[in-house]
Each structure stands twice: as structure tokens, then as C-alpha cells.
Design a binder for this molecule. Structure first.
Ligand code: GRG
Length: 294
């Protein structure tokens, strides 16, 4: 049987191929924006969301090719990172170990590249699934809802407004749920929307996604608190780490580690309730995320 790492790599390779094939090439005019979009996407990253989408789409017989949807969610995720790094937000000079888009190009280009990636996500869904209108609408609803002002952007707004203030544990959960967990959940659900999955599978993966997202964000906060930022290629050169509320700043390191373990367990439990051994890969990824270093 294929190892977990091999399967992850196989999905990642599919994502890289899809990104390269489905995004406008740099020789498409205007080249400057396509170069910037590709720079942001080519900068690496775990490709977690598209890999989860492809894995969820492999759980049941497929109704349509999941690759364009996987590329779409990576475009949307990358847009959020590009805009988050801007001087008016986190002012991060590095992303994925390389200069952030506004450093590599300029601020206007970074804003436009983010806008273009967001638009591209929905263009991909509209044009690749038009012959399966029910799938197309379901994918659009799922992704747009996760990214809207009540979810991803809502989480970012509350996070931004709470800088330099002390917030409650509930407010922090709101931020984590909407900034991180909702998009991870939508990756799993978008995958299922491309299959013949029964309603119970949606309920289980919705639960799994929320727990994976919470665990993922708590671990991100632990990594930020316990590592030198430049080793991880993360935010350096600003005061964001001091000014931000994190799971560790509110609950402390030990309680954060315990909470990450608990959320990981809940995610695994939800996946184990899927029939047969269908969710073995997802369970493996969840376990691996708990021990990730970046
Ligand atoms: C600016 C619209 C807008 C939204 C910003 C996603 C987000 C909201 C901000 C990014 C900063 C951050 C720490 C978000 C929490 C989610 C998260 C941990 C993102 C990083 O995801 P990874 O680790 O990144 O999967 P890679 O580089 O591996 O893709």
C-alpha cells in the first residue's frame, strides 16, 4: 500500500500540475499581473487545502474532475496570504521563505495579484463545472461562504480590530474558526460535492474540518511562540507577534498543546466514523499536522 507521504506527494504533484496548466501563463497580456500571480503561487506552501479537497473527492465515486476546484481553493488561500502580508495588514516581508509579493513587486501589484487570484478562483469554478450546474453552484456556494465577510474576512476583521487589546477565549475562537477552520472545512466539503457522497459524510467532514482548523491554528500559534520566526520563514521585521492575541498568549503553552491534541482527536474521531477504511489518508494527514514544523 502507498505510504502517507507518497500519497500526499502524489496529490501535491497533481496540484502543481493543475496550477501550472490552469492559470494564465506569463506571456498572456498583461504579463506583469500573471507573473505576480504565478510568483505568489509558485512560492511553495504545503498545498494543504487542495490536497484535502482531492482526498475528500477520492472518498466516493466522482461526478467531476476535482483538480480545477483544488486549484481554485489554493488561489483563494494564496490571495488571503498576499493581502495579509501587505504593509496595511501584517506588514510581513517574507512569505513561504521568499520575499512577500509587495516586496518582490510593489504594493499595487500585490493588491492586484491578490484580487486576481480571488477572482480566478471563481472563474475556474464557473468555467470548469458549467456542464454540471448542480456541482458548479454547490462549489461556488461552499467557497464563497467560507471566504465572505461572515467567515474568512470576518475573522480577519476581528483579528485586526483586536490587535493591541486583550480579547476573550471566545473571541479568539471566533477568529480561529473563521480565519482558518472555515476554509479548511470548505476544502473537504468541496471535495465531497464532486462525488456521490451521502449527507452523513458532509456532516462528518464538516466536524472534522472545524477540528482540523482549530488544531492547525493552535499549532501555528505554538510554532510562532516557540521558534525563531526567520527559521520558519514566517513573519519577521514587525511587531505583530507581540501585538497579536494567540492561543498561547491567552491559554499558555501547556494548555495550548493539550487543546491541539484534543482538537486533533476530535478530527480523527469524525473521520473514523466514515465507512470502511475510506478516511485512512485523512487520519494520517491530521496526525502529521499535529507534529508539523511549518
Ligand atoms: C487578508 C482577506 C484576508 C484574509 C486573511 C488567511 C488569513 C486571513 C491570514 C493569513 C495569516 C494567518 C496566520 C492565517 C491563519 C491561517 C493560516 C495558518 C494560514 C497559513 O496556512 P498554511 O500554513 O500556509 O497552510 P502555506 O504557505 O503552507 O500554504
Amino acid at each position: 500500500m502507498e505510504s502517507l507521504d507518497k500519497t500526499y506527494q502524489r496529490y501535491q504533484n497533481q496540484v502543481e500540475t493543475g496550477l501550472s496548466a490552469l492559470l494564465p501563463k506569463v506571456d498572456v497580456a498583461p504579463g506583469a499581473i500573471h507573473e505576480a500571480m504565478r510568483y505568489c503561487l509558485d512560492a511553495g506552501g504545503k498545498r494543504l487545502r487542495p490536497v484535502l479537497l482531492l482526498a475528500a473527492a477520492d472518498l466516493y465515486p466522482q461526478k467531476a474532475d476535482p483538480l480545477p476546484a483544488a486549484v481554485a481553493i489554493e488561489c483563494l488561500h494564496t490571495y488571503s496570504l498576499v493581502h495579509d502580508d501587505l504593509p496595511s495588514m501584517d506588514n510581513s516581508p517574507l512569505r513561504r521563505g521568499k520575499p512577500s509579493a509587495h516586496v518582490q513587486f510593489d504594493e499595487a501589484t500585490a493588491i492586484l495579484a491578490g484580487d486576481a487570484l480571488l477572482t480566478e478562483a471563481f472563474r475556474l469554478l464557473a468555467f470548469h463545472y458549467e456542464e454540471q450546474p448542480a456541482c458548479c453552484v454547490a462549489l461556488m456556494k461552499c467557497l464563497s461562504e467560507a471566504a465572505d465577510s461572515r467567515h474568512l474576512i470576518g475573522g480577519q476583521v476581528v483579528d485586526t480590530l483586536s490587535e493591541n487589546t486583550t480579547i476573550s477565549a471566545d473571541e479568539l475562537n471566533y477568529i480561529h474558526q473563521h480565519k482558518t477552520a472555515d476554509l479548511i472545512t470548505s476544502a473537504l466539503l468541496m471535495g465531497l460535492h464532486l462525488t456521490e457522497a451521502p449527507a452523513e459524510a458532509f456532516e462528518l467532514l464538516e466536524r472534522a474540518g472545524q477540528s482540523i482548523g482549530l488544531a492547525f491554528q493552535i499549532i501555528d500559534d505554538i510554532l510562532d511562540a516557540t521558534s525563531t520566526a526567520d527559521v520558519l520563514g514566517k513573519t519577521v521585521g514587525n511587531d505583530a507577534r507581540q501585538a497579536k492575541n494567540t492561543y498561547v498568549s491567552i491559554h499558555g503553552l501547556e494548555a495550548s498543546r493539550k487543546a491541539a491534541q484534543e482538537a486533533t482527536m476530535l478530527a480523527i474521531e469524525a473521520c473514523h466514523s466514515l465507512p470502511g477504511t475510506k478516511a485512512d489518508f485523512l487520519v494520517g494527514v491530521i496526525r502529521k499536522l499535529e507534529h508539523r514544523l511549518n
